[in-house]
Design a protein around this ligand. Structure first.
Ligand SMILES: [Zn+2]
Length: 376
């Protein structure tokens, strides 16, 4: 068994990369999509089902878990892997982003952020040191630095000030993380959509030295064009031999575009959240299962998909259980969506390894351009 965290780049095709992250809890094949298990569960899915879709790693949220059931309780119960019955790698975020988006009465200082819980109003504090402690208590395999995410829109001076604070917090995160063989700490590049700030941030992080590097502060409403604009240069500013993780992305075409620009890892609530609101993602785009056109349709969501929702159930059934508010609706659509996202990643990994990623991308875009199958 591998005892240390390691990244082996296996092949590149243009700027796209494929490789393997080795951890004591198993390998993560890249490019990798990480399903989000916010509160210790990938919603509507059993862990073995998540694994069956092809996921090598899931994400947990520090902010949610510190409030409920608390990191200390999870540690007493044997850590997050055992608690949620997922024995493969887990990446935890630092709590920084969700404090900014969910918590109440936030007070930001050089030291960290004080806030009140959105659940019961109780007072809490997150600092780089506390975030490292929580992620250690959870037993996370890939730990993220504590960073500050300015609310958008923000002017360049505010983005610069925030990025520099995050870089000081990155140094404190590294110090507090210490030496933990088998566990990795990732730095997070900030700097908004300004190339000079992204370069300054990458330089600061590289000087500190991390096991991997995330691109933060994107997928926050700037739009695909602006995001791809940053991805034209941001991944190449980060060390080539370390994994690059684009946080919070995204839709299938965002994911493909990010991989084409040198990103190795991504996470998003989209496949799971969509699954609970009647939205399916297929090779041919998005399907709204609520629509009346599906009520009498005996065909599967996608005839080429091998997930249980497509092998055993019709569009008519999926439409019916969604309309009837049955729990199996969220279960089947989530399974399909995660299966589709993972098959997308597998397809890209194979294409990059075989040097045919351009052709793969052309097929991806032409399948989507067809749109959903014609109504009966
Ligand atoms: Zn399917």
């Amino acid at each position: 068994m591998v005892q240390r965290f390691r990244f082996d780049l296996k092949a590149t095709d243009g700027r796209a990369r494929t490789g393997v992250i080795a951890t004591p809890r198993g390998e993560i094949r890249t490019p990798a999509f990480m399903p989000v298990g916010t509160a210790g569960t990938v919603k509507a899915m059993l862990p073995e089902q998540v694994r069956a879709t092809g996921a090598d790693i899931v994400l947990g949220n520090t902010y949610h878990l510190m409030l409920r059931p608390t990191a200390e309780r999870i540690a007493r119960l044997g850590g997050l892997h055992r608690f949620m019955n997922w024995d493969r790698p887990i990446l935890t975020d630092s709590g920084g982003f969700q404090v900014m988006s969910l918590a109440e009465l936030r007070k930001l200082s050089e030291k960290g952020v004080q806030f009140r819980s959105h659940i019961d109003g109780s007072r809490h504090e997150l600092t780089p040191e506390r975030s490292m402690e929580i992620q250690r208590l959870l037993g996370s395999d890939i730990v993220m630095c504590f960073d500050e995410c300015p609310a958008l829109p923000a002017d360049e001076a505010r983005v610069a000030e925030s990025m520099r604070l995050s870089m000081r917090w990155a140094a404190r995160s590294k110090e507090a993380f210490g030496d933990r063989p088998g566990h990795a700490l990732f730095g997070i590049q900030q700097g908004g959509v300004t190339q000079e700030l992204r370069a300054e941030s990458a330089e600061a992080l590289t000087a500190i030295g991390f096991d991997g590097y995330a691109i933060g502060g994107l997928a926050v409403g700037e739009g695909q064009e602006a995001m791809f604009g940053v991805l034209e240069y941001a991944p190449d500013m980060l060390p080539e031999g370390r994994p690059r993780y684009l946080m919070g992305v995204g839709k299938p075409d965002d994911i493909v575009g990010a991989v084409a620009r040198g990103v190795d890892m991504m996470d998003c609530v989209l496949p799971t959240r969509s699954g609970r609101t009647g939205q399916a993602w297929t090779r041919r785009g998005q399907v709204n299962i609520k629509n009346a056109r599906h009520a009498d349709d005996p065909r599967p969501l996608d005839e080429n998909c091998t997930c249980p929702a497509c092998r055993h159930y019709s569009r008519a059934y999926l439409h019916h259980v969604f309309r009837a508010g049955e729990m199996i609706s969220g279960m089947l659509l989530t399974w399909h969506n995660l299966h589709y996202f993972q098959s997308l990643m597998a397809g890209m990994r194979d294409a990059i390894a075989e040097g045919r990623f351009d052709g793969w991308q052309a097929q991806f875009h032409s399948d989507r351009a067809q749109g959903d199958i014609e109504p009966l």
